[in-house]
Design a protein around this ligand. Sequence first.
Ligand SMILES: Nc1ncnc2c1ncn2[C@@H]1O[C@H](COP(=O)(O)OP(=O)(O)O)[C@@H](O)[C@H]1O
Ligand code: SF4
Ligand SMILES: [Mg+2]
Length: 246
Amino acid sequence: MVVTNIPENAPAHCPGPDTEQAGKASACAGCPNQNICATTPKGPDPAIPLINERLHQVKHKLLILSGKGGVGKSTFTSQLAFAFASDENTQVGVVDIDVCGPSIPKIMGLEGEQIHQSMSGWSPVYVQDNLGVMSIGFMLPDPDDAVIWRGPKKNGLIKQFLKDVDWGELDFLLVDTPPGTSDEHLSITQYLKESGIDGAILITTPQEVSIQDVRKEIDFCRKVKIPIIGVSNLYNEGESHTIVTI
Ligand SMILES: Nc1ncnc2c1ncn2[C@@H]1O[C@H](COP(=O)(O)OP(=O)(O)O)[C@@H](O)[C@H]1O
Ligand code: SF4
Ligand SMILES: [Mg+2]
């Protein structure tokens, strides 16, 4: 079996999260993903064809990643979304898979909004006609509520955001992620593997500790075969960022 989607934090002899030995092999002892790998059903996920069907009208899917939190991922995601949507003929979606720290509703001025359900699925919350947003932040009774979920439950929600949301025809779907390479990253790369991710944009700040972590993200992208579209190095003052295409 071809081993794919090995997370960056997996030990060297990881058998692969898709394999029958996942979470049970001796190499898995002490791996931070052991619980999720052991409990995730193996074999093709029946949701994947549904996700493919739902997203076949989405032209481009982009992930926004960073090694550290607080470096500007969500800000960048929202600014990129607004920039794309400034052309009224461009349809844009944002999905916030930072399940434990959803900040997109606040950053995009959508606090207090709620998700509605229709015959065709969950409807995103629209900032403007051509810009829809989905976040767990819309499901919390209070924005200060802590979301403490383990891997399988987070995966379930991410799956629903891809499978059950009526995104319609989109030119761009931007995926805002939590920091690092964890359950959420593993899930999104698995669920979008067949429908295709165009690439990732990595966000960092100029500090050495942040740049060190971005190297891990580059390694993760290479392992899961996601093209890196660019690295945005955000500054605190003056011109806010540069994108270096690599
Ligand atoms: N280019 C920038 N310059 C200065 N501050 C920024 C910049 N981008 C984001 N911020 C601020 O940094 C904080 C963290 O940003 P956020 O986008 O939530 O980061 P992340 O999603 O990576 O955790 C926020 O207060 C945001 O306003
Ligand atoms: S627990 Fe999962 S990620 Fe960790 S080594 Fe085993 S298969 Fe690989
Ligand atoms: Mg964020």
